[in-house]
Design a protein around this ligand. Sequence first.
Ligand code: UD1
Length: 428
Amino acid sequence: MDSIWIKGGKTLEGDIPISGAKNAALTLMPCALLTEEKLTLTNLPRLADVDTFAHLLNQLGVSTHVAGVKKGEVGRRMTLEADEIVSTVAPYDMVRKMRASVLVLGPMLARMGEATVSLPGGCAIGDRPIDLHLKVLECMGAEIELAAGYVKASAPRGGRLPGGDFSFPVVSVGATENAVMAAVLAKGKTQLFNAAREPEIVDLCNLLVAMGAKIKGIGSAHLIIEGVEGLNGTTYEVMPDRIEAGSYACAAGITGGSLNLIGARPEDMQATLNALAQAGLMIEFHDKGIKVSANGGLKPLALSTSPFPGFATDMQAQFMAMLAMAKGDSFLEETIFENRYMHVPELRRMGADVDIHGRSAIVRGVEQLTGASVMATDLRASMSLVLAGLAAEGETEVLRVYHLDRGYERLEEKLSAVGATIERRTAG
Ligand code: UD1
């Protein structure tokens, strides 16, 4: 099994190109199910999750074709075509591998009048139920049956969903995405209240509008969707990955360096940039992206995760690694997931001083972290261990690299290009 080996202590300096956003890609790809015409996505990141999603769509009858990039384009270009849906079942085997598979539920139901999707079960960062995905679809007129670990959703008489109004009791990114994709082809109007406002949802809505959907309130918590009879194909560029950009900003912070995040969009990551500035980093904006530079020692922070525009749960682990070397005590609170501190025991093995009390963590800054062999448990946790390794004295080996490959494109290549001593090692 591959591992990432790092010799810490290098100050990182230079340009890091930011890839297309994984979390946007995984909600834009299922939109191919909503039309018989071709959907072309550009700036798709080369990631295991994107390949897994393409594989799932193939099983449903969507053909996916990766073409060479055209002049001026970055990332990967994929054309998806669903002229005929051959199956409306997302099997356990796929959903188990990648939770985002549940995002075929809404579009498949909208197009085919039925969809059967395996229940995802728990995952490393918590329980992660899908009850809200089902409730909102029910409010839009779907009939929902649960049997043998699967959810079967159907529209009345296998036709189009009527549409309806739903107020989310808690903000859910995934449930908002499923609801929007189901609503665009409904017979009537759907209103979503307390909808998630993440930039990836704005990206989804913008793509759907380009496909002919009628959506008002994009970027707000109140989305009004007027169903249309059919959608057309289009070509659309995936937004830059704000979490990847934030992660590399933390790499500048923890190594005392200066990184130019090429392609990063400040408006997508204001809470992250505010936190970086409070930690003492210098933030500069330029026409190609954002420059993040260390400016003396790191200052401690108090941070609480919350839905956008708040501080993202997907940035918590990386900030914890950085704050482990701040001058003073930081306080972190995780409000989205109940079990998202799996990186803490591993960070402690590298010398971090962290105490967990339920959903809160106290991080007492230390002078120096030390390299160790550490085990990743999930995607962002893995990145926090890489960050700690970049700053640590000595060698660090991060095992279970498949987590990183799900969400960070060419990680070791991007980091070595800015001065890190890092390589992928394949066990014999
Ligand atoms: C969440 C994060 C998203 C992050 C992703 C991967 C938020 C609001 N969402 O999205 O930023 O990129 O994880 O780390 O920050 N919930 C229910 N029932 C449901 C759905 C969700 O109770 O049917 C709860 C969840 O347990 C959680 C909260 O709602 O406490 C938000 O979950 P949700 O946004 O749906 O999760 P993801 O879409 O995975």
